[in-house]
Ligand binder design. Structure first.
Ligand code: G3H
Ligand code: ZN
Length: 287
């Protein structure tokens, strides 16, 4: 059931759990996430970066595929189709394409410009019944060409952006896209507590969900994080399972080269990762 992400995240804040956003790249990814969310009776968010949108031949194709698959699989859990780290232009394109939610990542603009663009896009999203996420501070590392310096968000700036009519807020608190380096200092919970204190019950978003230790996830949820984004971890699982299949020579046995067989272990590995994250985030059975 395609919906915006507003209600599911309000419920998550009230229920002290987080909804997983899993980024999708193709049909196998989408199907794996949808089937696992349904199996777990968990609300879920499908994240689409601008790069992944281009790869899937545009946001209109993605929206059509997701809507058709949601219906054909008989998905009953709430599913939001969300633009991840959107530009101003990308956000407008996703409104037109039929997404149910957008993220406008204006964190690299000076605060006044971030405010102006976020205000305009929040009004546009709400006119179309969509939810909108904004970002303050920046997520370290790189994801699909989006590079961040890992700057910790200022609580007053968070409050200023939160008051623009957005539905949920991503705040940089030392989180990084991709695999965390060995010398990572961990999440800055003091900053998170200051932000939570200023913005009250607005759901907070934790990007860079790959590989964050379970205790840090629990603490983040207790401080108002209600949406956790995971991308790299599914890619790593998919790659490892596919490599194991090929290295075992299974693509050379029978019709093992058939893409429906070749991609099956990777798709199963994505399901296993998504299942594990849904359990960890506490959203199982919350649909
Ligand atoms: O926006 C998506 C993410 O923040 C995912 O981060 O690739 O480190 O899991 P990740
Ligand atoms: Zn992110």
């Amino acid at each position: 059931m395609l919906v915006n992400a507003s209600e599911m995240l309000k419920k998550a804040v009230a229920g002290h759990y987080a909804v997983g956003q899993f980024n999708i790249n193709n049909l196998e990814w989408t199907k794996s996430v949808l089937l696992t969310a349904e199996e777990m009776k968990a609300p879920v968010i499908l994240g689409v970066s601008e790069g992944a949108g281009k790869y899937m031949t545009g946001f209109t194709t993605v929206a059509a595929m997701v809507a058709a698959m949601d219906k054909a699989l008989g998905i009953t859990v709430p599913v939001a189709l969300h633009l991840d780290h959107g530009t101003y232009e990308g956000a407008k394109a996703c409104v037109a394409a039929g997404f149910t939610s957008i993220m406008f990542d204006g964190s690299h603009y000076p605060i006044d410009e971030n405010v102006a663009k976020t205000t305009e896009l929040a009004a546009l999203a709400h006119e179309h019944g969509m939810s909108i996420e904004a970002e303050v501070g920046s997520i370290g590392g790189e994801e699909d060409g989006v590079v961040g310096m890992g700057e910790v968000a200022d609580a007053d700036e968070c409050k200023r952006i939160a008051d623009l009519g957005i539905d949920f807020l991503a705040a940089g608190i030392g989180n990084i896209h991709g695999v965390y380096p060995d010398n990572w200092k961990g999440l800055d919970f003091e900053a998170l507590a200051r932000i939570k204190d200023k913005i009250g019950d607005m759901p907070l978003v934790l990007h860079g969900g790959t590989g964050i230790p379970a205790e840090m996830i629990q603490t983040a949820i207790s401080l108002g994080v209600a949406k956790i984004n995971v991308n790299t971890e599914c890619q790593l699982s998919f790659a490892a399972a596919t490599r194991a299949y090929v290295e075992a020579g299974k693509d050379k046995e029978g019709k093992g080269f058939d893409p429906r067989k070749l991609l099956a272990p990777g798709a199963k590995a994505i399901q296993d990762t998504v299942r594990e994250k849904i359990e960890l985030f506490g959203s199982a059975g919350k649909a």
